[in-house]
Design a protein around this ligand. Structure first.
Ligand code: SAH
Ligand code: SF4
Length: 342
C-alpha cells in the first residue's frame, strides 16, 4: 500500500481526512486484506478503492513452511511479473521476524550466495519493500497466529545500499508510528559494503541496527568473496565504519560466513582480529559467525567443531562473537538461499 497515494485518492473522491484514519490501523496494525473489512466505510467507497488501489501490491505465488514451522518462505509477484522472496521467522517463541528483499536479484555477485548467482533484475520501490511486511501481517491474521510481527531484517534478496533512496523511504514508513509503528532497534539493515552509504546511513538512521557482511579481512580474499570489495576495499570500509561509530555509537555487527578451507584458516582469524582492532572500541563491534547454507557453488560449510575453534581465537582476542543459528534450511529459506527464476 502506498499511503500517500491512498490519501490523495481519498481527497480526489471528495472524502474527509477521517476516512484515512479509519483505514490506517486495520491495514497496518491488524493486517486486514480487503477494504470490505472496513466496517465504518460506505460500500461505494470500498468499491472505488478496491478498483483503484488494492491494499497489497504483491500477489502470493507460492508458500512453503519448514518442518518445525519456525520458518515460512513466500514467493511474491510484483505488478510487472517479477518475483521476490520474503521469509517469516520465529527465532524464539516470543519473537516474529521477517527477512525482506530490497531488489530483484543482486548485482554484487558474491559467489557463495544464490541471489548473487542470478544477477540483478531491478530495484524494488519502497511500497514493494514495505508490502512484504504487510503481507506477513495479513498472513498472521488469516492463519490466526498469535503475536506481533515486530522485527524486520533487510537480509533477503538484494543489496540495500545499492537501492538507498527506496530503502530509506521504506525504513521511514516502517518506523512511522501512524503506519507500521516498528521500533528502530527492531530493524536491521545488512550491506556488503557500499562504503559511501555507510556514514550516510548512520546519519539518517542512527537507531537502526547495522550489519556489514565482511566474510574476509584481507583484500585478496574479499575481492573474491565479496566482489564489491574491488570498488570499496577494506581501507575504505574501515574508514566508513569509523565514521559510522562516530555518528551513531551503536554496536556494529560484522557478518562472517565460515567457508571450509577458504576463510576459516588460522591466518584468516588473525586477519579478522587485526581488522576489527583497527576499526574501533571492541565493545562496539560484534562478529556474527554464520554457518554456510549450501548453495549451488563450490563452497562448503565449516564443521561446527571447527567453527567453535575459530570463534575461540576471536574471543581470546577479547572480541565479542556469536555463531548464528539459521532457520529454514530445509525449504531453502535461509540466508543466501533465496533465488528465483524470473
Ligand atoms: N546484500 C546484503 C544483504 C542480503 S544478504 C549483504 O550481503 O549483506 C544477507 C546475509 O546473508 C549476508 O550476511 C550474506 O552474506 C548472507 N549469506 C549469503 N549467502 C549465504 C549462504 N549461502 N549461507 C549463509 N549466509 C549467506
Ligand atoms: Fe548480494 Fe548480499 Fe548475496 Fe552478496 S550476499 S550477492 S551482496 S545478496
Amino acid at each position: 500500500m502506498n499511503w500517500q497515494q491512498i490519501q490523495t485518492q481519498l481527497k480526489e473522491l471528495g472524502e474527509r481526512a477521517y476516512r484515512a484514519d479509519q483505514l490506517r490501523k486495520p491495514v497496518f496494525e491488524e493486517g486486514i486484506a480487503s477494504y470490505e473489512e472496513i466496517s465504518t466505510w460506505p460500500e461505494s467507497l470500498k468499491k472505488a478503492l478496491s478498483n483503484q488501489s488494492p491494499i497489497l501490491s504483491l500477489t502470493l505465488r507460492e508458500m512453503t513452511a519448514s518442518q518445525d514451522q519456525r520458518c515460512r518462505k513466500a514467493v511474491l509477484e510484483c505488478k510487472d511479473g517479477k518475483k521476490i522472496e520474503t521469509v517469516l521467522l520465529r527465532p524464539s517463541d516470543a519473537r516474529w521476524t521477517t527477512c525482506i528483499s530490497s531488489q530483484v536479484g543482486c548485482a554484487v555477485g558474491c559467489p557463495f550466495c544464490a541471489t548473487g548467482l542470478m544477477g540483478i533484475k531491478r530495484n524494488l520501490v519502497a511500497e514493494e519493500i514495505t508490502d512484504q511486511v504487510l503481507f506477513w501481517r495479513q498472513f498472521m491474521k488469516k492463519e490466526k497466529i498469535a503475536g506481533r510481527l515486530s522485527h524486520v531484517v533487510y537480509m533477503g534478496m538484494g543489496e540495500p545500499f545499492s537501492n538507498y533512496a527506496e530503502v530509506s523511504q521504506s525504513l521511514k514508513i516502517l518506523m512511522d508510528q501512524s503506519l507500521f509503528n516498528l521500533a528502530a532497534r527492531h530493524i536491521s539493515v545488512s550491506t556488503s559494503g557500499i562504503a559511501p552509504k555507510i556514514a550516510l546511513f548512520a546519519e539518517d538512521f542512527p537507531q537502526v541496527n547495522f550489519a556489514l557482511s565482511l566474510h574476509a579481512a584481507s583484500d585478496e580474499l574479499r575481492n573474491r568473496l565479496v566482489p564489491v570489495n574491488k570498488a570499496y576495499p577494506l581501507s575504505k570500509i574501515r574508514e566508513a565504519l569509523k565514521a559510522y561509530l562516530q555518528k551513531s555509537s551503536r554496536k556494529i555487527f560484522l557478518e562472517y560466513i565460515l567457508l571450509k578451507g577458504t576463510n576459516d584458516r588460522p591466518k584468516d582469524a588473525k586477519d579478522l582480529i587485526g581488522f576489527v582492532r583497527s576499526v574501533g572500541p571492541l565493545e562496539l563491534l560484534h562478529i556474527n559467525l554464520i554457518i554456510f547454507n549450501q548453495t549451488d557453488s563450490p563452497f562448503e560449510a565449516t564443521a561446527e567443531k571447527d567453527a567453535r575453534i575459530f570463534q575461540k581465537k576471536i574471543m581470546d582476542a577479547k572480541i565479542h562473537s556469536t555463531i548464528r543459528q539459521n532457520l529454514g534450511r530445509d525449504i531453502e529459506g535461509a540466508c543466501g538461499q533465496l533465488i528465483l527464476k524470473q
